[in-house]
Design a protein. Structure first.
Length: 131
């Protein structure tokens, strides 16, 4: 039984093979009878983004699939990296977690968006914060 070869090239982590739709079609143009009769040309579509690539310059299915995959990764990797960078920038937490205002006797927690009495917290009454 012949083993299938894996697609070559960087595989974006968030892309699965279920996200790809691969169709085979007959080639057109010069190249003889083999090119026009056999469905060796590959069209690859990334379903979530709608990006489509195709390859029909080689004689074999494997080579055309590899070429289409290389074109797909060339388009998807920068797109995924830019989306990842955008989510990192928006999800960064603030560096200041708590502010202690001694004159007003307050502790302001930025994550919880609440204010607490400083004397109670310094006395060890932390139940308000943990709830």
């Amino acid at each position: 039984m012949k083993q299938r070869k894996k697609l070559v090239g960087p595989w974006p982590n968030s892309v699965t093979k279920k996200d790809l739709e691969i169709t085979w079609f007959n080639g057109s143009g010069g190249g003889g009878q083999n090119r026009n009769k056999n469905a060796n040309c590959c069209r690859m579509k990334h379903i979530p983004t709608g990006i489509t690539t195709q390859a029909q310059e080689h004689k074999s299915r494997e080579q055309n699939q590899k070429a289409a995959w290389q074109r797909m990764t060339a388009l998807l990797v920068p797109l995924i990296k830019s989306l990842h960078r955008a989510t990192i920038k928006t999800e960064r937490p603030t560096k200041v977690v708590r502010t202690y205002k001694q004159k007003q006797n307050l502790v302001v927690d930025k994550r919880l968006k609440q204010k607490f009495n400083m004397n109670e917290i310094l006395d060890g009454q932390l139940q308000e914060i943990h709830n």
